[in-house]
Structures are given as C-alpha cells and as structure tokens.
Ligand binder design. Structure first.
Ligand SMILES: [Fe+2]
Length: 284
C-alpha cells in the first residue's frame, strides 16, 4: 500500500522521484531520465538554489519560445555555446584515422537550398573576395565518391547569413551540389568572415553573464551525404582567423583549418582557393 502520509524532504525526495520511473518504461528512456533527475537534483543541492533563482531560471526557459523559428533555433544555440553539442558529437564520432572530423551543424542550415551545378557561383552579386572551392568527396581509403550530395552554406564578408540579411527569405551563399564522376564538387563564392552567434536572445544573456564573447572564426559549412557512408557534418575554417582559439561554440578542430590564401600568397592564383578532401566512413 502506498503511504499516503509520506513527507518528502531533502533526504528522500530524489529517491522518491527516481522510484516513480515505472519498471516497464523504455529502458533507454528510463536510463536517461534517471541520470538527468539525479544530476538536476545534485545541481540544486550543490548551488543551494534559492526560490528566486529557480523562478529566474523558469523565466529564462520560458523566454526561449520567440527565438525558436524556422530561421533560428535558440535551443541549438544554447547547446552549442555550452559545449553540449560538441560533447555529443565527440562521443558519437570518436576521431578515426583517415576520415574527416565532424563539428556542429549550427543554426543556419536550411532544408531546401538551391540545387546548383558544378562550376556555379553560390554568391553572385554578393560583394567580397572571390573564393574558388574544390571539395573531393572520398571514402576512408581515398576512393572518390561520385553522386554524393553536398550542402554548403556560409556567412558573407560582414558575417551575416542569408537568413539574417535582406528580406531573410532569399537563398544566398548556400547551395546543394552533387559530386562529379571524379568525386569533386566545384563552386565559386565569396570569402566568409568571422561572425557573432546571435546574441540578442537568451543564449546571448548566458554568454554575457559568463563574460564570454559571441564570435566564431570564419568557416564554410559542409553536409555530405553519400550512399553507404555515414553523413558528414563539418566546417572548414579559414586559417589565420583571430577567433580560432575562442570559438563561441567550441567547434574548431585543427584538421579542419585550411589556408585559403596559400596559393594567392605564393603567386599561383589571383584569387583565394580552398581545396579539401573529405573522407567519409562506411555506414556502420
Ligand atoms: Fe556558421
């Protein structure tokens, strides 16, 4: 018989809450919820959370709503700036030799980018320094993968994504390509700039409260899908960017940093160039 007169206290509350997880609950859900509840209770005890601070926290979470739209997802941003996204990614994709490292998806991918042809410019009429990109999509052994789908997107020379500038609806600095028979995707664009993650909402409040800046080093996003291989979500970062060591979302990995200016500086090109080989692991 349940004890209808039980009193829940600091001493027994955590155990009582954990005890309410039904034995027939989905085992993985039960594992996740039990750990989450234990950590949440431990956190409250650790900092001795006051009722006023609890209320502030509830108000904070409630304020997220207006910042979750089809163009912006504040929850992803909060996960990114707290390092949770990269931790999940690190556990899922332990570094492997011969395959390209992963990093955050970020909040600016759009579901249906313009489908373009190799050799196209994804940033016509966008001011900026010309950048030529050749991406070889290959398997772990380096064999080119023809017919792979490659989404690319990046910020402009002032650090703005298409969803943040103009009417917000036009697709710019983004496109979807399919690799040629030689596994290559080739396109032209403008050199992206470093940029601040959106910091006019709740995630920005957290950054400011911790005394942290919102900047991300310049990069181009890639999302590669090839049949029989694991999806690859990553960026290529521009070497020399002053924010490489303080990326607001902790997404930088040394293997993903490339000198876009190398050929121009060596007198081998009159524009910036990015050449990179992306190696995808086989589907598990
Ligand atoms: Fe980005």
């Amino acid at each position: 018989m349940p004890d209808t007169h039980v009193t829940y206290t600091d001493a027994n509350l955590t155990e009582a809450v954990l005890g309410r997880i039904r034995p027939d609950a989905n085992p993985r859900t039960a594992e996740i919820m039990a750990s989450l509840l234990k950590h949440a209770h431990a956190f409250v005890r650790d900092v001795k959370l006051t009722p006023e601070e609890w209320e502030l926290g509830i108000r904070y979470l409630s304020a997220m709503g207006p910042f979750v739209t089809d163009k912006r997802n504040e929850w992803i941003l909060l996960s990114d700036i707290t390092g949770v996204t990269m931790l999940v990614d690190a556990l899922a994709h332990a570094s492997q030799d011969n395959v390209t490292e992963t990093t955050v998806l970020g909040p600016f991918h759009r579901e249906n980018p313009p489908v373009l042809k190799n050799g196209d410019n994804i940033s016509p009429d966008i001011p900026g320094e010309l950048l030529e990109v050749r991406a070889l999509i290959a398997d772990a052994a380096g064999k080119p993968l023809a017919g792979a789908q490659v989404d690319v997107w990046h910020a402009d020379k002032d650090g703005g994504y298409d969803s943040q500038i103009g009417d917000g609806n036009t697709h710019m600095m983004r496109g979807r390509f399919v690799t040629r028979a030689d596994g290559v995707v080739h396109f032209w664009t403008v050199n992206p700039s470093c940029y601040p993650v959106p910091h006019d909402g709740p995630a920005g409040q957290v950054l400011a409260a911790m005394g942290r800046g919102p900047m991300r080093p310049a990069h181009i996003h890639f999302w590669v899908k090839a049949p029989g291989h694991r999806d690859l979500i990553t960026h290529i970062f521009a070497d020399g960017d002053k924010y490489l060591y303080e990326d607001a979302v902790f997404g930088v990995k040394a293997s993903l940093v490339v000198d876009f200016e190398a050929k121009k500086k060596a007198g081998l090109s009159d524009h910036l160039e990015l050449d990179y080989t992306f190696r995808l692991p086989k589907q598990a």
